[in-house]
Design a protein around this ligand. Structure first.
Ligand code: FES
Ligand code: FES
Length: 161
């Protein structure tokens, strides 16, 4: 029986570095990041688009990496949580999550932070309702929602209310 080779060459710019991979067309961006590139800060929760734990930025826009095929990302920019603090200095959103206790177990936290970074760039933090609406795809089983909203509100410059 002839086996059909379904692998492709893909070039990604991950956190500013060019990474070349040869992988099966069905490999998700989440699995490529974690298993091929050893960037395990991006978490696998549901693996079916329901929890937001796997959120990364693709060309600056947030995507669920468990629903994104790596082959679709050829030539594109990917930012993961590791890319927010390249020189070891925390991103302002990371600092705010610490300041406001925006996590408990931490499993959802990297996805929450990547979504928060995008939300702030999109100018969607004008009110707590808006923050809640645009963070609604990121679930937290520990129920850290009020502190997550407080952290984002703080970075948005709306104080601690
Ligand atoms: S792991 Fe991707 S949405 Fe849950
Ligand atoms: S901090 Fe535990 S799931 Fe969010």
């Amino acid at each position: 029986m002839t086996r059909i080779d379904t692998s492709v060459d893909v070039m990604l710019r991950v956190n500013g570095s060019v990474r070349r991979l040869r992988l099966d067309t069905r490999v998700t961006l989440l699995d490529a990041l974690r298993d091929e590139l050893d960037l395990t800060g991006t978490k696998k929760g549901c693996d079916q688009g329901a929890c937001g734990a796997c959120t990364v930025l693709l060309d600056g826009k947030r995507v669920l990496s468990c629903l994104t095929l790596t082959a679709q990302c050829d030539g594109r920019d990917v930012t993961t949580i590791e890319g927010l603090a390249p020189d070891g200095r925390l991103h302002p959103v990371q600092e705010a999550f610490i300041r406001h206790d925006g996590f408990q177990c931490g499993y959802c936290t990297t996805g929450q932070i990547m979504s928060a970074v995008a939300l702030l760039q999109e100018g969607r933090a004008g009110s707590d309702e808006e923050i809640r609406e645009f963070m609604s795809g990121n679930l937290c089983r520990c129920g850290a929602y009020p502190n997550i909203v407080a952290a984002i509100r703080d970075v948005a410059g709306r104080g601690t209310e």
